[in-house]
Design a protein around this ligand. Structure first.
Ligand SMILES: Cc1cc2nc3c(=O)[nH]c(=O)nc-3n(C[C@H](O)[C@H](O)[C@H](O)COP(=O)(O)O)c2cc1C
Length: 328
């Protein structure tokens, strides 16, 4: 596997190959937000003796109000660091790189879970699944920027090789990006430049917090419903993110999630092909890819620079090793 097996430099980090375990919430493997032995064992298994070049850990919440689900991993205070450090050290022994995905749920959570009113860019949305109970003020926005930066610092202290800002699948940053959930009339709403203003602030604050460590952004590129975000939005946003210093763009779906029913496999290849015409940073493509041959063909064609394999790796922890050994 000429392409799949080749190393890649991402910012100052080099991964051994192009295979990525994308972030996947393990739902229940953490204990009150803390890393458990069971969670470490799970990620070690997925590292597959280093055959998985890069692991991106499941979304961790940056603040109590940004928590998305019960038993979600936390990176919201310093007590999380010790467990996360044990995790990164274990994965490093295998030879894989490990990045931390950090997230704020915004209006996509419940008061019973956080103890606070779910907040978002606007109360009224055109997307029934996301209905925040409070519109965010300037102060709320400042706090979110700060919470992302503080969490990124913790990720560095815990030994992660990179940090990924989550802006996909209907969570807070995705809510700002999508015209279906962002109805603001201030500097954070309206044209795409405004809808990614919060992202650009978060990117700058995270960059200052982590120094030279690579910073990724997972973009919920398109909403596959009328009136939602488009490939053009994704391209325009990607150009701005690259300019702001993002080292890798991880492309997935928006409010409508990470699976598409209108496309059979490599769900977001149409988006990554277009983005790649406009930016130079590496692009990670995930969604519906299940064989090494398919991954190799996408890389060869230039549709992406790295390939994420989620559910196929959940089914088979030896996926990476087998894919690298597949005959083209
Ligand atoms: C059980 C499960 C949990 C997931 N949790 C997350 C998550 O925490 N963060 C995220 O960005 N994506 C998450 N995803 C989406 C995956 O990263 C990936 O984009 C999706 O599974 C599509 O890729 P696949 O077809 O290779 O599985 C999750 C997916 C699954 C199946």
């Amino acid at each position: 596997m000429e392409y799949l097996g080749s190393p890649l430099k991402i910012g100052r980090m080099t991964v051994n190959n192009r295979i990525v375990l994308p972030p996947m919430a393990t739902a229940g493997s953490s204990d009150d937000g803390k890393v458990t032995e069971q969670l470490i064992r799970y990620y070690l298994e997925k590292a597959d003796g280093g055959a998985t070049g890069l692991i991106i850990t499941e979304h961790a919440f940056v603040s109590q109000e940004g928590k998305a689900s019960d038993r979600q991993l936390s990176i919201a205070d310093d007590s999380a660091i010790e467990g996360l450090k044990a995790l990164t050290e274990a994965v490093h022994v295998e030879g894989s790189k490990i990045a931390a995905q950090i997230n704020h749920a915004g209006g996509n959570t419940r008061r019973e879970l956080t103890g606070l009113d779910p907040m978002g860019p606007s109360m009224q949305t055109d997307f029934p699944k996301i209905q925040p109970e409070r519109e965010m003020t300037g102060e709320d926005i400042d706090k979110v920027v700060c919470d992302f930066a503080e969490s990124a610092k913790r990720a560095v202290r815990a030994g992660f090789d990179a940090v990924e800002i989550h802006s996909a699948h209907g969570y807070l940053l995705n809510q700002f990006y999508s015209p279906l959930s962002n109805k603001r009339s201030d500097a954070y709403g309206g044209p795409i430049e405004n809808r990614v203003r919060l992202h650009l602030r978060v990117i700058q604050a995270v960059r200052e917090a982590v120094g030279e460590i690579p910073v990724f952004l997972r973009l919920g590129s398109i909403d596959t419903v009328p009136g939602g975000s488009t490939i053009k939005d994704a391209v325009d946003a990607s150009v701005l993110f690259e300019k702001a210093g993002i080292d890798l763009l991880d492309i997935s779906g928006g409010l409508t999630g990470f699976i598409r029913t209108d496309v059979q496999s490599a769900y977001f290849a149409d988006v990554t092909r277009e983005i790649k015409k406009h930016v130079r940073i590496p692009i990670l493509l995930t969604g519906g890819i299940s064989s090494g041959r398919e991954a190799e063909a996408l890389l060869r064609e230039g549709a992406a620079d790295l390939i994420g394999v989620g559910r196929a790796m959940l089914r088979d922890s030896k996926w990476s090793e087998k894919a690298l050994a597949e005959k083209e």
